[in-house]
Design a binder for this molecule. Sequence first.
Ligand SMILES: [Cu+2]
Length: 336
Amino acid sequence: MRKKIGYGVLLAFATMAIGFSGTAAFAEVMAKLTTAPNVPADERGSGIMQKFFGKAETVVVNLQAEEYVGDLAEGVKYGFWSFGGTVPGPMARVRVGDSIEFHLSNAANNTQPHNIDIHAVNGPGGGAAFTTVEPGEEKIFTFQAKAPGIFIYHCAAGAIVDHISNGMYGLVLVEPEGGLPKVDREFYVMQSEFFASEPEDGIATFDIQKGLDEHPTHVVFNGKAGGLLGDNALKAKVDETVRIYFGNIGPNSVSSFHIIGEIFDEVYDGGIGGPTSKNIQTTLVPSAGATIVDFKVDAPGTYILVDHSIYRVAKGAIGHLVVEGNENPQVIRQGK
Ligand SMILES: [Cu+2]
């Protein structure tokens, strides 16, 4: 008897869930964008939950091109061009099969036309042809997220090089069906080079000759020297699993991404859905490419993110992951 009631309740719940998911499948949802190093939460679930809540949706993404003066390094003001007023721009999380309704606006007080090329797009220009916007304008285009992956987006307006070099890029995650394996913490880190001129009126700008020479003045994580140091350091606890979505815009150099004191348990260098590499010390991330690294932290202390093309550390390519918790002498200790 008790069993019958149980099944009845289960059936009622299943009916409700199917009804709800039927609505959700056609729902239009606003993308929740995050500023680096934060990653949008996975709200679609996995397993049985994703069967009901993980269906394809229309996801609306709103981004605005914003030009502003900010800190590139201590004592160095720079004239950035950006998506959303930060470098890198905000991160979005969608799922394979979703239809992305993308709105790009250009702040009225900007000086340049801008657009967006999203590497998750199948189609000429990655959306750039549909989105070139003058200051004060907004344009919309729609694309289907066909392939899972961690993808770069960037501005491709004008000569392109100045728009990329000034900070117009970010990452979008297209999750596979069923989502990615769960981890305890996720972070968004992006490496970029800057070619800063001598400051005029206290503000440095893009020096094209330094770009042509491939001589960056700064190589930084998350938009500025010290972007992942001090109060900006990443944080985790002993025994937690950590995932970093790591993008490299270049615009010229390949990154030799490494964390001093860690081995990446898994690197999604075959893309999402392809084979992953295991137990990797340093992974190459091409210009305008991105990867995902997963690892478990075993011992407390400060782990150091670098581009192991090591002279770049002096130009700013260094960050900290601070891990708190109990010592783990079996894994590491001083002496015997
Ligand atoms: Cu632009």
